[in-house]
Design a protein around this ligand. Structure first.
Ligand code: NAP
Ligand code: MG
Length: 404
């Protein structure tokens, strides 16, 4: 078979530890034999980030801005222990945080479902995608541990130095806690655009939830911004696609999500998205089966696995032990990026390749060949736990068959 041709490069962002090992295996066995891969390569492995003083992360984000589609391997976010382990010059920021800030993007997380693994919530039949607003709120809060009696006030000083708002928050009679949070319209607008665009691309309903009954200015602003952007830019396209946008109170959303059969996008404020995505992913099965896409408001895409670099497996791998690390989410990052590139460049064969790569993964798992993390989750079926290498090999064979 002649290799599938590409027109525009995808931005390939390499990473760390076990996922870096997976990356190489996936490329060599599942991509390069079939696709004449055009990629612009950025090595975000921690040693190279250190060599470049993290410039490579900025370069990678700029490349996604330029080319439109990236695929990223998991990377280490350094902490004190990593500083020592890698003799780093500096405690670099999270690469995902840097890229997200530069693209002003929203993260969408979707579980990958297979028939033999049943979600804990029995009526969930289709994936639930969580879109988390990744800016502001308590993640950028100013906090104070109030020592004792006193008054807390909220005040706003305009550009001209004039105080235009001043209100007592609370008059403390003893010790307590105090917090101020903020957000900005431009970030909420970007979040809304990304959500509407993603829903249209996925052809799935979009839900947005907040607590506007209690938070009559803060959460109400989120609700209003979503509504006005929807009406102004997306309502017609939603109608054409037969999908729906609706806002509901978060309490109601939680109840509806549990009763639903899935198959929609749930846009959440920062904290809600943080908490709910962990709940939803656990209820669907495994973090190793969760993909993550960063979408910018102007339609740039970065695909990755939701999990980290699987450090524990990597240390075993370094000792020469066989590991059974699940490559599915990383493979789906590749298939997602290649399909998107195919769509943008009007190269249907590339899109078909992405779909068949995913199909080969599903076939392999449905035939009972799995990595160790999944074996315990399967019900009513005999399954075999295999090494990462054997698993990728089995996917390769099925993909080759499908592509004939
Ligand atoms: P992790 O890499 O997601 O792994 C946590 C545990 O989850 C693993 O030890 C493993 O459990 C299980 N697991 C995760 N992915 C798996 C897979 N593909 N196959 C099988 N099991 C899997 O999280 P972490 O250990 O907290 O973080 C490790 C490093 O990753 C950190 O340096 C962190 O900074 C980084 N990180 C990066 C990203 C990113 O780039 N997107 C995200 C999160 C964390 P068992 O050991 O029980 O088998
Ligand atoms: Mg969380």
């Amino acid at each position: 078979m002649a290799k599938i041709q590409m027109r525009t490069p995808i931005v390939e962002i390499d990473g760390d530890e076990m996922t870096r090992i997976l990356w190489k295996m996936i490329k060599e066995q599942l991509i390069l034999p079939f696709v004449d891969l055009k990629s612009e390569y950025y090595d975000l492995g921690l040693p190279h980030r250190d060599e470049t003083n993290d410039q490579v992360t900025v370069d990678a984000a700029n490349a996604i801005k330029k080319w439109g589609v990236g695929v990223k391997c998991a990377t280490i976010t350094p902490n004190e222990q990593r500083m020592e382990e890698y003799h780093l010059k500096e405690k670099y920021k999270s690469p995902n945080g840097t890229i997200r800030a530069m693209l002003d993007g929203t993260v969408f997380r979707t579980p990958i479902l297979i028939d033999s693994i049943k979600p804990v919530v029995r009526n969930w039949k289709k994936p639930i995608t969580i879109a988390r607003h990744a800016y502001g709120d308590i993640y950028r809060a100013t906090e104070y541990r109030v020592p004792g009696k006193g008054k807390a006030e909220l005040l706003f000083t305009g550009e001209d130095g004039e105080v235009t708002f001043r209100k007592t928050v609370y008059e403390y009679e003893g010790p307590g806690v105090l917090q101020a949070i903020y957000n900005k319209d431009s970030s909420i607008e970007s979040f809304a655009h990304s959500c509407f665009k993603y829903a249209l691309a996925a052809k799935e309903d979009l839900w947005f939830s907040a607590k506007d009954t209690i938070s009559k200015k803060y959460d109400q602003a989120f609700r209003d911004i979503f509504q006005s952007i929807f009406e102004k830019y997306y309502q017609k396209e939603f109608e054409k696609s037969g999908i729906v946008y609706f806002y509901t109170l978060i309490d109601d959303a939680v109840a509806r999500v549990i009763r639903s059969e899935g198959g929609f996008i749930w846009a959440c404020k920062n904290y809600d998205g943080d908490v709910m995505s962990d709940m939803v992913s656990t209820a669907f099965g495994s973090l190793a089966m969760m993909t993550s896409v960063l979408v910018s408001p102007d339609g740039k895409y970065e695909y990755e696995a939701a999990h980290g670099t699987v450090t524990r497996h990597y240390y075993r791998y370094l000792k020469g032990e066989q590991t059974s690390t699940n490559p599915i989410a990383t493979i789906f990052a590749w298939s997602g990026a290649l399909s998107k590139r195919g769509e943008l460049d009007d190269l249907p064969r590339l899109g078909v390749f992405g779909k068949l790569l995913e199909k080969a993964c599903f076939q392999t798992m449905e035939e009972g060949i799995m990595t160790k993390d999944l074996v315990g989750l399967v019900e009513g079926k005999k399954v075999e736990s295999v090494s990462t290498g054997a698993f990728i090999g089995a996917i390769h064979d099925r993909l080759e068959e499908l592509l004939k």
